[in-house]
Design a protein around this ligand. Structure first.
Ligand SMILES: NC(=O)c1ccc[n+]([C@@H]2O[C@H](COP(=O)([O-])OP(=O)(O)OC[C@H]3O[C@@H](n4cnc5c(N)ncnc54)[C@H](OP(=O)(O)O)[C@@H]3O)[C@@H](O)[C@H]2O)c1
Length: 435
């Protein structure tokens, strides 16, 4: 029995999906049952890597959702609107939805999940995080028996490409970004990637699944790589670390009496010890490390974007829905694991109360005794130091780098402010988290 599919968008991902659906040979037999009925685009005259019959193409996305022959709606157009409204329109019509749209899910996931639960349809989002890497379904289903301690990931390929090249070539951020744009690895407007917002969308989604309740996307502290200096990448390497844009979601203690789980969720450039499992993830690849009890550490690694990998994830979701349809549909109600119904409330802890290791670079006057003064100042503020080294000096100024042990953010900031007030200290030139 054929199952009608409607595509909203035929760009990078949409064309990848259409390519799979129109060449079912050698794939799971269910792919052959999927029939691409209608496809919405903005510009029907655009030349595309996949050729479809003209009557399938429309410029009216609502016509795709409303077409009675379309039984599964696949949203791969991107942006917040009209994507959000079209997803809700499909749900209201009782049609399951597959989407790759992390921005919509990170911001409107609760509204969409509530509408889907009420109407009894699935909304599946495997492609929204990690491109071709299966991570959504593993978090929802395969790892469901665990208490998740931490989810940390390199989940933005553009920034990982830039950081890998900065580390390999000692190149400056701006020069590598310009080259990445020329090569098509970075958008003309790179803000969402380099300022960390794309990674924040994705970790909001992963945290919501790992901890069983929605996470307030707007409250996630987010710092990108756009102010990272090549010399910090080089100093990190000298000290045995690599710098990665890390997205982290971590549980803090047990749920409170009201059942609310406190979480530390954040995105920032992070120094990883070279032997950390995520340290060797380079170029446009993504990886997500899940730490759970009792499974231990599980790492998911692979291509985080691109037409083929992302389409692989979209089609997996379509097949999940098609499989359920083949056995008569979700008559007895939605499977709570596949539907990812929330089962707990989560709240973010205040950043000042979280604890981390830190890397700090001071620029100081090149005078004897400055290292000792900085060490003493950290000590008297209760910040314990793992290492303190002078790495360079030029024109009478010295560069002193400190790696701290775990310290509460508020205490660390107080110590930095006190040290910055010393007359020998010119400035706190960089401050990064260290794992
Ligand atoms: N690209 C990736 O590697 C990747 C990876 C993971 C997730 N995603 C997500 O997948 C989604 C799609 O990304 P993409 O890279 O495929 O984007 P894209 O190449 O820009 O494609 C967007 C498609 O949607 C169509 N479209 C946009 N607005 C429309 C409207 N109002 N009416 C009708 N058609 C409209 C465009 O039509 P025209 O072709 O006529 O302009 C185009 O075909 C986004 O949510 C993105 O975040 C992408």
């Amino acid at each position: 029995m054929a199952i009608g599919v409607g595509l909203l968008g035929l760009g990078t991902v949409g064309a990848g999906v259409a390519a799979i659906l129109t060449s079912p040979e050698g794939r799971h037999p269910l792919v052959g049952a999927l029939d691409l009925k209608k496809v919405a685009v903005r510009d029907p005259g655009r030349v595309r890597p996949v050729s479809l019959p003209a009557e399938v193409i429309t410029t009216d996305p609502e016509a795709v959702v409303d077409d009675p022959a379309v039984e599964i709606v696949v949203e791969v157009m991107g942006g917040l609107e009209p994507a959000r409204s079209l997803i809700l329109r499909a749900i209201a019509a009782g049609k399951p939805v597959v989407t790759a749209n992390k921005s919509v899910i990170a911001r409107h996931g609760e509204e969409i999940a509530a509408a889907a639960a009420e109407r009894g349809v699935y909304v599946l989002i495997e492609a929204a995080v990690g491109g071709g890497i299966p991570i959504i379904e593993p978090l929802k289903q395969s790892l469901g028996g665990n208490r998740i301690q931490r989810v940390s990931g390199i989940i933005n390929g553009t920034t990982n490409y830039i950081l890998s090249r900065m580390a390999d070539e000692g190149a400056a951020y701006g020069a590598v970004l310009a080259d990445a744009q020329r090569l098509g690895y970075a958008e003309a407007d790179p803000a969402a990637d380099v300022e960390g917002h794309d990674a924040a969308d994705k970790i909001a989604i992963l945290a919501g699944l790992a901890y069983g309740g929605p996470v307030p996307r707007a409250a996630i502290p987010t710092e990108g790589i756009d102010r990272l200096e090549a010399r910090d990448v080089a100093y990190a390497a000298q000290l045995g670390f690599v710098v990665k844009l890390l997205a982290v979601a971590q549980r803090i203690g047990d749920p409170d009496d009201a059942g609310v789980q406190a979480l530390d969720v954040r995105v920032h450039p992070t120094l990883l010890p070279v032997d950390h499992p995520l340290a060797g993830v380079n170029g446009v690849n993504n990886a997500i490390l899940v730490e759970g009890d009792p499974v231990g550490r599980v790492m998911f690694y692979g291509p985080g974007a691109g037409a083929g990998p992302t389409a692989s994830a979209v089609v997996a979701d379509i097949l999940n829905i098609a499989g359920i349809r083949q056995v008569g549909g979700p008559q007895a109600g939605l499977d709570p694991l596949l539907a990812a119904s929330s089962w707990r409330r989560c709240a973010l802890v205040e950043g000042a109360l979280t604890s981390h290791r830190n890397y700090v670079r001071f620029r100081t006057h090149d005078q004897p005794g400055v290292i000792g003064q900085i060490g003493t100042a950290f000590g008297s503020a209760g910040v314990s130091i793992q290492s303190i080294v002078q790495l360079e000096c030029d024109g009478g100024a010295a560069e002193i780098v400190v790696i701290t042990h775990d310290v509460q953010e508020a205490r660390f900031r107080e110590a930095l402010a006190a040290i910055e007030a010393h007359p020998e200290v010119l400035t706190v030139a960089a401050s990064l988290r260290t794992l």
